[in-house]
Design a binder for this molecule. Structure first.
Ligand SMILES: [Zn+2]
Length: 437
C-alpha cells in the first residue's frame, strides 16, 4: 500500500480546525502535524486552500440492486458516491425484492465489498415492506445491519411501528421512517397548496408528513426505541424533531439537498425531474431547512439518491416515479446552504460525515462487520477514510458526466461552488483531482 501525504490543508476536527499535513500509511492516519516528512514513494496531494476531514457518509442511497440494475448498481452507485466524497454509504432496502432477509442483506454486502467504498445496508422493517409483519430484524442485525426502514413508503400502521420500536431497542438498532401518511398523500405528485391548484396537480399536504412525525415521536416516547427521521421537508417537521431531541428522546433527523435547494416553483415546468417524495415544498420551508442546518439542529444531510432509467422517469408529471440523483452534488449544495465562504468547516463535516456516521453506527468502537471507522476526529490512529474538499472550486453540474448509471439530476447546468479534490478510503486513493483513481 502506497503512503499518502495530504499537504497544507485545513484539517477539520470536531470543534476546531488547523492547517496541517496528514500522513496516511497502512490504512491509518499515522501523523497529523504542521509538517510531516513523507516516506519515499509516497503520493503527495496538494491541499492548499482545501478542507481535509473524515470521508462523507450517506445515510440514504437507493442503489437499486437487486432488481433495477438498469438504473443503478451497487458498483455504479459506489463510484458516484466516491466522486461525491463519500467513504461510506448506506444502501436502502426498497429493492426488488426488498432487503428483508439475511440472505438478501448478505448479497448486497458482498456486492459492496467489491467496491472501493464501505457499503452498509439498511434492512426492511416489515416483510416485503408491506407494513404488516416484522422482518427478521435480529438475524439481519447479526450481519451488521444497524438501520431498518421501509423507506419508499412509511410504516402506516402505528401498532406495527410500536412493535418494531420495542423490538429495535434491545437490538441496539435504529428505525428510520419515511414520514408520509399514505391516505393524506394519496394520488398527490407535488406539494399541496395554491400552486398545485393552479397547475391542476393533486397535492401531498405538509400535514401528511407532519402527522406521521408527531405520531412517531409519541411512539418513541412510549417505547424508548430510537428513531431516525428521513428526508424531513417542512419547517414544522424539523422543529418538532428538534424539540423532541431537546426533551431527551432518542431521535435523529436528516434533510436532503433537494429539499433545501429547490422549492415547489420548479414543478411549474412539469418536468418530472422535479418529482420527489416528500415533495419540494414552499420557499419558506426551504429557508427553514437551511436555518436548521446552520443552527446544528439537523444530524445529517442525506442524499435520498434515487436513480431512475430514462424510459421510466420521462413520463407525464403525475405518472412519473418520484426521486432524483444526489450523491455527486450533495457536498457542494450543502456547502452553499451553510453559507459558502461563510460556512463553518466543522459544521460541514458534522452534517456530511460525523453526524451520519453516528446515526449509522460506523464510528470507531461501534459494532461493525467489515467496515473501517468513519466520521473520525482526524487524529493519528484514525482509520484512513479522508476527503479533501476544495471550497473555492467552481464547476458546472452536468447530467452527461455522472458516474451514476442514471441521469435524473435536477442540477444539470447549475453552477456549483466547492468540489471534492481527493478521497482516501481504507488508506487507498479512490479519487484524485476530482476523478476516480
Ligand atoms: Zn423516502
Amino acid at each position: 500500500m502506497t503512503a499518502v501525504v495530504i499537504r497544507g490543508g485545513l484539517v477539520v476536527g470536531e470543534s476546531s480546525s488547523s492547517r496541517a499535513d496528514v500522513l496516511i500509511d497502512n490504512g491509518r492516519l499515522v501523523e497529523v502535524a504542521t509538517s510531516v516528512s513523507a516516506p519515499s514513494g509516497a503520493y503527495n496531494i496538494d491541499a492548499q486552500g482545501c478542507w481535509v476531514g473524515p470521508g462523507f457518509v450517506d445515510l440514504h442511497a437507493h442503489l437499486r440492486e437487486p432488481g433495477s440494475e438498469a438504473a443503478e448498481t451497487v458498483e455504479s452507485g459506489a463510484r458516484a458516491g466516491a466522486l461525491g466524497g463519500y467513504s461510506a454509504i448506506v444502501a436502502m432496502p426498497n429493492t426488488e425484492p426488498p432487503l428483508d432477509t439475511p440472505a438478501l442483506v448478505a448479497y448486497v454486502l458482498e456486492r459492496g465489498a467489491r467496491t472501493p467504498l464501505d457499503v452498509a445496508v439498511a434492512g426492511a422493517i416489515t416483510q416485503g415492506r408491506r407494513g404488516e409483519l416484522l422482518a427478521p430484524m435480529a438475524e439481519m442485525a447479526a450481519l451488521g445491519v444497524r438501520i431498518f426502514t421501509d423507506d419508499g413508503t412509511g410504516v402506516q400502521d402505528p401498532a406495527v411501528m410500536r412493535r418494531a420500536l420495542t423490538y429495535a431497542k434491545p437490538l441496539g438498532v435504529r428505525l428510520a421512517q419515511h414520514c408520509e401518511d399514505e391516505r393524506l398523500a394519496a394520488g398527490g405528485s407535488m406539494n399541496e397548496g395554491a400552486l398545485s391548484s393552479r397547475l391542476g396537480l393533486v397535492g401531498r399536504p405538509a400535514l401528511a408528513e407532519e402527522l406521521m412525525v408527531l405520531r412517531d415521536l409519541e411512539l418513541v416516547r412510549l417505547t424508548g426505541g430510537p428513531m431516525h427521521f428521513l428526508h424531513l421537508s417542512t419547517a414544522r417537521s424539523v422543529g418538532l424533531v428538534a424539540a423532541a431531541r431537546r426533551e431527551g428522546l432518542p431521535v435523529s433527523c436528516e434533510v436532503a439537498p433537494h429539499h433545501f435547494t429547490l422549492d415547489e416553483g420548479a414543478v411549474a415546468t412539469f418536468d418530472p425531474i422535479f418529482k420527489v417524495h416528500p415533495p419540494l415544498r414552499t420557499p419558506k420551508d426551504v429557508a427553514a431547512l437551511r436555518a436548521a442546518l446552520r443552527s446544528g439542529e439537523v444530524d445529517a444531510v442525506a442524499t435520498d439518491h434515487a436513480p431512475h432509467a430514462p424510459e421510466q422517469k420521462d413520463l407525464p408529471f403525475d405518472e412519473a416515479p418520484p426521486g432524483m440523483l444526489g450523491l455527486e452534488h450533495a457536498a457542494a449544495l450543502t456547502y452553499e446552504a451553510l453559507g459558502a465562504r461563510e460556512a463553518s468547516p466543522e459544521l460541514l463535516f458534522s452534517v456530511m460525515s460525523r453526524g451520519p456516521a453516528r446515526v449509522a453506527q460506523l464510528r470507531a468502537g461501534d459494532y461493525r462487520v467489515r467496515h473501517g471507522a468513519h466520521g473520525g476526529p482526524m487524529r493519528a490512529g484514525d482509520d484512513a477514510n479522508v476527503v479533501v474538499f476544495d471550497p473555492e472550486a467552481r464547476w458546472t453540474a452536468s447530467r452527461h458526466s455522472l458516474a451514476s448509471r442514471a441521469s435524473n439530476t435536477p442540477y444539470d447546468g447549475r453552477a456549483m461552488l466547492g468540489r471534492v479534490r481527493a478521497l482516501v478510503v481504507r488508506g487507498e486513493l479512490v479519487v484524485i483531482v476530482g476523478t476516480l483513481a
